[in-house]
Ligand binder design. Structure first.
Ligand SMILES: [Zn+2]
Ligand SMILES: [Zn+2]
Ligand SMILES: [Zn+2]
Ligand SMILES: [Zn+2]
Length: 190
């Protein structure tokens, strides 16, 4: 009986050992038979964070190589500015042109219009105007016109002509008086 039990135990032991060895060989064989399919995964470095390049097997996940790159840091400041105008504000901005990080940003307020009055008096023949405008941007705040005044005519009558003139400007019109000679005044031949 004892011998039989020993033989059975030995048999079980051999079975367990062979099962373990078998399993071990199988797992080793599995690792050795994956013909890796390399896949590259990259993340580019940015101004503030590092990147990496990883080559791994897409079938078993084995990492073939892995290398890191450090953060790039911001680029030297790029300065962009806009002058303020009469109606809109301006700014001065210093920033990283790669990621937009702002080193500084200052604004200036709108200047407001420069209001200047320009007038032209009406004359006898031309109308006048009164204009309030901004010489910086051309904005016209108000524009009023006045019509031509027309001549202020006065007649001056002499024996020889009638002179009609304007008291305000240099306009004048002379109309000769045509004399009809009487018989007495007719020149006679000597
Ligand atoms: Zn693999
Ligand atoms: Zn940046
Ligand atoms: Zn203006
Ligand atoms: Zn006149």
């Amino acid at each position: 009986m004892n011998n039989i039990r020993k033989i059975i135990n030995l048999g079980l032991f051999i079975l367990l050992v062979s099962a373990f060895v078998n399993f071990g060989f199988k797992s080793i064989a599995y690792g050795a038979t994956c013909s890796h399919t390399p896949t590259i995964e990259t993340k580019a470095a940015t101004c503030t964070s590092g990147g990496y390049t990883k080559v791994y097997c897409s079938k078993c996940g084995f990492v073939i190589s892995y290398s890191k790159t450090s953060a790039l840091g911001h680029l030297p400041a790029t300065v962009d500015s806009k002058e303020a105008t009469c109606t809109s504000g301006g700014y001065t901005k210093a920033y990283c042109s790669r990621c937009g990080f702002a080193y500084s940003y200052t604004t200036t307020s709108a200047l407001g219009h420069l209001l200047v009055t320009d007038t032209k008096a009406a004359s006898c023949t031309e109308g006048g105007y009164s204009k309030i405008y901004c010489p910086r941007c051309g904005y016209v705040s108000s524009y009023n016109t006045t019509s031509a005044l027309d001549h202020n005519l006065v007649n001056e009558v002499t024996n020889d002509y009638t002179r009609t003139y304007c008291t305000r400007c240099s306009y004048e019109s002379i109309t000769p008086i045509i004399k009809t000679f009487s018989n007495k005044q007719t020149p006679s031949h000597v």
